[in-house]
Each structure stands twice: as structure tokens, then as C-alpha cells.
Design a protein around this ligand. Sequence first.
Ligand code: CS2
Ligand code: MN
Length: 355
Amino acid sequence: MEMTLRWYGSRFDTVSLKEIRQIPGVTGVITTLYDTSPGEVWSRERIRALKREIEEAGLHISGIESVNVHDSIKIGDKDRDLYIDHYIETLKNLGEEDIHLVCYNFMPVFDWTRTELARKRPDGSTVLAYNQAAVDALKPEDMFASISKDSNGAVLPGWEPERMEKIKELFEAYKDVDEEKLFANLKYFLEKIMPVCNEYDIKMAIHPDDPAWSVFGLPRIIINLPNIKRMMSMVDDVHNGVTFCAGSYGTNRANDLPLMIRSLKGRIHFAHVRNLKFNSDDDFEEAAHLSSDGSFDMYEIMKALYDIGFDGPIRPDHGRMIWDEVAMPGYGLYDRALGATYLNGLWEAIVKANA
Ligand code: CS2
Ligand code: MN
């Protein structure tokens, strides 16, 4: 595995490449062109400039998170082929620049959903949290307003204000899309992009829906092992793989994370490893990466990745906000650096114990 950190680019991130470079064992970044809209073609020039900036800081691009999928593709609208062509063009440009991993999601309307961005934990740190009763009491169009006050001024991925302004229209556009239709639209998209992925050896790594169940009546399909298996077998190609995000699959306590990892050998191209603390089945908050701070056994998760021979990039995921840092919720420097260091420690111990 390679330890990496997500970086939103110098115009958007409060964390610098220099700081990332100084986290022991972090050699790559997972990045994006954060100011592009879904459906836009990423030019080679811009990809090259991003690459250069990262390489000059002594790091390299380990993968892209995310190249977002236009809603027309998820809805199966009449203009989807145009946006698929754009997506293919972007993949080609990434391939030409020697980038071989793309994380994306197929969630309708919202990316991840949380009800609080700054819930206080007993140690005074703040974290993202989810409470089902709070979601049930909200209208989707009020969701953004209810959380955005805690965003520390950052634009949150998938929650761009321009998108949120159109939220009622978006819901309307998705009204006939049920799970079956979403699966069919995903299949259509994957079949069209696989040739370019094969040509350039680009591994597509779908990110799970977070939380891993339906919110506001929208269909959610990347939520458990049977559905991932269905997704992989409907377009059976090694380039059609997954991002194993422990914190997202782990929202559903029926998901046995180490077992899922073991069942996905060869198809996990990217891993997000983080911990959650459950207060009840309907309420969870994000925790420090350390096992004892949350509800997951992080050793077992890392051990499962080791046992399947996982050799892709891994990153700590959302961190707590600690030590008075002001950053995009989940994406500060300090707690993610602690997370990376902890995960590296677990990995070293596992490697040596198995030598
Ligand atoms: C990320 C997702 O911050 C997060 O929760 O893991 O936003 C992820 O980047 C996207 O769903 C992938 O497209
Ligand atoms: Mn994730």
C-alpha cells in the first residue's frame, strides 16, 4: 500500500503540500481539479500543471478523487451520451498524463450526508455526525442551510451552493429513478468507459454511498457486499473496482468490514480508512482513527487489506477538528496526520509479524 492524503489544490485547501510532505510515510496525494463542474472536460494542460506543482513539492499524484459524474448520466437523461463522451475525454487526458486511478461516486443529488459538521466530543474536538431523527425532521432543501454554518467557509464536495440552489429541480429529475434504474444507468456508463480505462490502464474505484442507505427517498446502491458484487459482475473488468471506504460502509452495522475486504480481493483499488463511534444504530459520529476511540477494529481492517495483498493508495479519511485548527470539516491537517501515522504503525506491525 501507499499512504496518501487528500488535497483539494492550493486555491481551496488550508493544508499545504509542504505540510503533507512532512507527514512521515506520506508519499502521494489524492487530488482533483476542484473548480471543474461535473460534465466538464479536464484539459491536459491543467492536469499537467497540477502534476507539476505536486511533483515540485516532492510528492506525486496517486489518484484522482473525484472526477464527478454528471446527473444526466445517473438519471439516464437524453443528453447522457454527451457527458459520457466528456468523461471519456477526461479519462484519456488523465491517462496521457500517467494517472491510473479515479475515484467517483454514483449517489443521486447528495454526496455524503451528515446532520452536524461540528459536533463536540468529550475531549473538545469537533466531528461530523449523523442522526436519523434529525434527517427525518428536515426537508432536503433545508439540509444545506442547516449544516453550512459549520463549514468554516469551505465549499464542501457535492454541496456546492450552485447545486443546492437547484435542489428541488434535481429531486424532480430523479423522481423516476429507482434502484434498478440506477443500476442500469451505472452499467451503461461503465460499459462506455471501460475501453478507455483498458487502453490507459485506469482503475475506476467507485465510492460507497454515505450513509449506506437511502436518504430522503433517493435510491442508494453502493451500500453492501451483494450490491458491490452485482456492480462488478455486470461489467466484469478489473478496471471496474471499488474504493473501500470503511467509514461509509461502516455506517450500516450489518456490514462486516474485514469480511467485505476479504471478499473483494483484486478489486479494491483505493482505501479510505477511518473510524466511527456509534451512540445508537441511528446516531453516529466520526472518531479518531484509533480503534479504542470508536466502534471499529482498525487492526482487523488493516490486516484484511494486508491479507488480500492490497497494493493501492490508502488514505486516512475525515479527521476531527483539533488543536484549534480551522479547515474544511473532516479535512484539516492535524487529525489526518495522526490518522496516517497510526495506520502506518499498524501496517508496519502487520508486515513484520508476517515476515
Ligand atoms: C469522501 C467523498 O469526504 C468524503 O466523504 O470520501 O466525498 C468522496 O470523495 C466522494 O464520494 C467520491 O466521489
Ligand atoms: Mn470515503
